[in-house]
Design a protein around this ligand. Structure first.
Ligand SMILES: NC(=O)c1ccc[n+]([C@@H]2O[C@H](COP(=O)([O-])OP(=O)(O)OC[C@H]3O[C@@H](n4cnc5c(N)ncnc54)[C@H](OP(=O)(O)O)[C@@H]3O)[C@@H](O)[C@H]2O)c1
Length: 347
């Protein structure tokens, strides 16, 4: 048994809590809340212990919320923390809590890998560098987009290697998550300096990769259009799809008309939090043209990184072989089953 605390209870923290509290080899310490709002009620109804900053305990209690203790206490009593703070907040937590208390931590993809506010010197992608995280104190779990790109690129690299000359990816990003209260702006916005390219190169250093990112007024997943240039003639569509026939966390679907179809189906099927936890290759628009393969896949922004965090935990703490970790993660998230269901629903 290992004791794990999730510092934060936003879109990612909430999902981590659901999954980790069901894992029998984890003693789930609880979650942190920083704002007195009705999400505290939700956490308590889900039977999670709620920890808050010391100076706010009375404010939470005044509103009638039962608080187990301070965030500092929770960190002290945990063997590892999964930080789920909003982007950039993980660095401050590292400095004020984890480092002084010598606690290992996993950070999320919104944290910096380089520069003054870097939190770790490694970005994890379970498909690529799982075993490199074993025994480390601080590791960043790559963001949803970065996790998805690694999951699609690595099988292609293993099969086609030097035949691939270059990748160009257009990331079409959702504006907000389903649970977010912020308005969705009617605009298509570009990112002048997307971090995804450098993040992917952190674990696939040889990739000749160029990424552009556009945010669109949608709450329903990301869509990546990946252009892969080969030296000479590109492989056939079947050869490309063969790479993903047995890939963990990849579904191959045909009849969805958009990301909303996939998300709504996951909700309708009762998948936890409406997540599929994977990428979905839309084979109906997979095109091979001369030297170029164009793959479009939707990427479950909220769900992708939750099993990834679970895999990372198993590498960092249990130093388990990847195959064994995958089996445990699959059994917790039922990803192979979800894949089969989605492939049947969208055949
Ligand atoms: N959303 C996604 O689809 C997604 C996907 C992959 C990765 N990520 C990454 O995951 C991280 C969290 O994103 P999110 O979408 O879950 O954000 P979010 O929904 O905005 O939630 C952020 C959480 O941070 C909490 N918080 C405030 N101050 C904190 C502190 N000092 N320490 C810890 N937590 C604190 C907030 O608590 P209160 O509500 O109580 O104030 C809130 O629960 C980011 O790095 C993000 O880039 C997000």
């Amino acid at each position: 048994m290992i004791s794990v605390f999730v510092n934060g209870y936003g879109n990612i923290g909430r999902r981590l809590a659901t999954a980790l509290s069901m894992d029998k080899e984890i003693q789930f310490v609880g979650v942190a809340k920083y704002t007195v709002d009705d999400k505290v009620k939700e956490a308590l109804e889900n039977r999670f212990n709620v920890y808050v900053p010391e100076e706010m305990i009375s404010a939470f209690k005044e509103k009638g919320y039962s608080v187990t203790g301070s965030v500092k206490d929770a960190v002290k009593h945990s063997e590892i923390v999964i930080d789920a703070a909003k982007e950039g907040g993980g660095y401050d937590n590292k400095k004020s809590l984890y480092e002084p208390m010598n606690k290992p931590a996993i950070f999320q993809g919104g944290e910096d890998r380089h520069g003054d506010r870097a939190v770790a010197d490694m970005i994890h992608n379970s498909r690529v560098n799982y075993s490199k995280a074993a025994g480390r104190t601080y590791v960043i779990q790559g963001s949803c987009n970065v996790s998805g790109m690694g999951r699609v690129m690595q099988p292609l690299i293993e099969k086609f290697g030097d035949r691939i000359g270059r990748y160009d990816v257009e990331l079409v990003r959702r504006w907000a998550d389903l649970e977010d209260t912020k308005a969705v702006k009617d605009s298509i916005e570009w990112d002048r300096n997307p971090h995804h390219q450098d993040d992917v190169k952190d674990f696939i250093s040889s990739a000749n990769l160029y990424v552009d990112a556009f945010k669109v007024p949608s709450r329903m997943m990301h869509l990546h259009q990946m252009f892969i240039r080969f030296s000479g003639k590109a492989p056939t569509k079947d050869e490309i799809l063969e790479c993903f026939g047995n890939e963990f966390g990849v579904a191959i679907i045909s009849s969805a008309n958009g990301t909303g179809d996939v998300r709504k189906k996951a909700i309708e099927l009762g998948f936890a939090h409406g997540d599929t936890n994977m990428v979905h290759i839309h084979q109906d628009i997979l095109r091979v043209q001369d030297d170029t393969v164009k793959i479009a896949y939707s990427d479950d922004q909220t769900g992708m990184v939750i099993p990834e965090n679970h895999m990372l935990l198993q590498s960092m703490v249990f130093k388990r072989p990847r195959e064994e970790a995958m089996k445990r993660t699959d059994s917790l998230f039922q990803m192979s089953k979800k894949r089969r269901i989605l492939e049947e629903e969208f055949k």
